[in-house]
Each structure stands twice: as C-alpha cells, then as structure tokens.
Design a protein around this ligand. Structure first.
Ligand code: MN9
Length: 311
C-alpha cells in the first residue's frame, strides 16, 4: 500500500482518534470502524492515530499496529492518516514507523523520547533515525505538559532540517511561539495546533490544521470554525469556540477521555472504555454529565450540535 496524500494536503480538522477498548480492556476495532465512518460523514479532514488521545503509549506494538491496519483499511484513502509512532526506544519507534509506511499511512509523528531526561543530541538522533526509516513525512509532536520535554523555537528549527521532518503538532497554548516557528522555518513547514480550547488563535496565527481530542466528539463545530477562519470570519469563529469551550469545560470535570466516550454514547456510538488506570465514569457521573450538558444547551439555547441535540 502506498501513501495517498502529500504533507501539504494534510490540513483542517483532524481528530486524534480515540482507541476503543471493550469491558475487558481489549481492542475493539469493529467499533472503532463505526466511529471512523461517523467522523468522516461529519466531515473531518483526516485522522491522527495512537497518540495521546489514542492511548498509543498504553498499548503494545502489535495492538498499535492492529489499530493502524483497521483504520487505514476502513478509511480506504478517503482522508489522510497520520500515525503516531512515538516510544522511548528508537528501535520501537522505527518498527512502528516502518509498519505505518507499509500499510499505507500518509505521515508519521512522534513525541520526543521521554521518561529519561535525554539530551538534545539524543533527541535529535532519535528523530533522525526514525524519520529516515521510511520515506513518509514526519511530524514532530511537542506536548511538554505530558512528556516534560520542552522544545523551543531553536530546537524545532534544528529538527526541521532533518530530511522528512515536515511539521509539528504543537500542543501548548503559546501561539506567539507557534507562529514564530512558522515564521522562522517557513510557510511549507506544517503546523498543527493541538490545544482544542485554543483552535481559533492557533488557526489565525498560522496553523494549517488542528489535531485534538474533542474532534472525536463534536467535530461539526470545529469544522465550521475552520471554514470561518478560511473565510476570515474571525468573529463568527470566536463565538463558536466559546460554545465549544463551554462543552469542553463540562467535559474536563469528568476527564477528557471518559467524557468523550460517555458523550459519544449519548449520540449512539459505543466508544467503549479507556485502559486502566483511567477510570470509567460511574452511573451517577454519567447522569450528572448529561444533566450539565443539557443545562448548558438550554441556558444558551444551543442548536446544531449533535451531542446536545440528542439530549
Ligand atoms: O493534543 C490533546 N491533548 C491530550 C491533544 O490529549 C493530552 C488535546 O486535544 C486536549 O485533550 C484538549 C483538551 O484539553 O485540548
């Protein structure tokens, strides 16, 4: 299988796809395929697999590969697919990268090696080795809150000189830094803003796309935001993000991933559970979550968002 999209075509609203685990915490790729089709029908522009939201770091290599195979097969070239291959040993990441390439993914991405405090030299070597292991474009994934690894403008600039390194998923709220990265490295270096709460300023300040958790749950609002920004309707985009953020604020009280799964269930999609030690919501929590979303809907008279319309 060959990649079908060029890096320049990977843009827009890209869910960091959740991975679906059943009650016993085993992978359920059949249910995942249902979600994938739902999201494509909602109009998402691509998928980012086995990253933070996809709990890639909580799966073994065989499981990560079966998620990638299932999604690539189901998507069948309709939208581009980025595979997160990050691991703390280079050899593990290379194995996943080669697999992603063989099955037809369009790009790979990786967090920097974490846990041990690797030197920049070691980190650079990791990206060099992983990026050169396949012809696919590599998107660096900076998420200092989770990895503890800060990558400033200078570091990103250096990494961007590695062949195949073509962009960054920038999960932080500093859109000054994000915009400077684009400015220093150039228009062709792709930037994906990773903080859903900040997608408007991210897109206004030069992000080519947005990759995040909530595009699994209420993608339609973010797709409208993306279109508004394309049309320079910034005020409209901001008003919509305030609504989206009202939803995020409620969700965060219950945990990002458990709330996304519970919300998808309201819509009629069985999104299973997270892997332990993440805890599923109890019945009472689900009830309260639903009530809080319902209150939000009526207090602001919100319509047109499936998650709220179904309540
Ligand atoms: O980068 C996501 N980060 C994590 C992506 O999953 C750690 C974001 O989409 C956040 O979940 C989101 C909510 O805070 O912005």
């Amino acid at each position: 299988m060959m990649a079908k999209f060029n890096i320049g075509d990977i843009k827009g609203v890209i869910p960091a796809l959740i991975t679906i685990f059943d009650k016993e915490e085993n992978l359920d790729t059949d249910k995942l395929k249902i979600l994938v089709n739902y999201l494509i029908n909602q109009g998402v522009h691509g998928f980012y697999l086995t990253g933070s939201t996809g709990q890639g770091m909580m799966m073994d290599a065989a499981e990560r590969k079966s998620v990638v195979e299932a999604v690539v097969e189901e998507v069948d070239g309709r939208v581009p697919i980025i595979v997160h291959v990050g691991a703390i040993a280079t050899v593990q990441a290379i194995d996943l990268a080669k697999h992603a390439c063989e099955v037809g993914a369009d790009a790979i991405s990786s967090v920097p090696p974490f846990y041990y405090k690797f030197s920049f030299d070691e980190l650079y070597g990791y990206y060099e080795d992983v990026a050169s292991s396949t012809p696919l474009p590599m998107i660096i994934y900076s998420i200092p809150y989770n990895t503890g690894v800060e990558m400033g403008i200078d570091s990103v600039e250096q990494l961007s000189r590695i062949e195949n390194v073509k962009g960054i998923k920038y999960t932080s709220m500093d859109h000054y830094e994000m915009q400077r990265i684009k400015e220093h490295i150039g228009e062709d270096f792709m930037i994906y803003s990773g903080s859903d709460e900040m997608c408007v300023s991210g897109l206004m300040m030069g992000a080519d796309g947005i990759i995040g958790s909530f595009y699994n749950l209420d993608p339609e609002i973010y797709i409208e935001i993306y279109e508004d920004i394309q049309n320079k309707e910034y005020g409209k985009a901001r008003d919509k993000l305030i609504i989206a953020n009202d939803i995020i604020e409620v969700c965060l009280k219950y945990g990002v991933y458990p709330s996304i799964r519970a919300g998808l269930r309201f819509i009629g999609i069985d999104a299973g559970r997270d892997r332990s030690p993440f805890k599923p919501l109890g019945n009472m929590e689900v009830k309260n979550f639903r009530r809080e979303l319902k209150d939000l809907k009526s207090s602001k008279d919100i319509t047109g968002i499936r998650l709220l319309d179904v309540l």
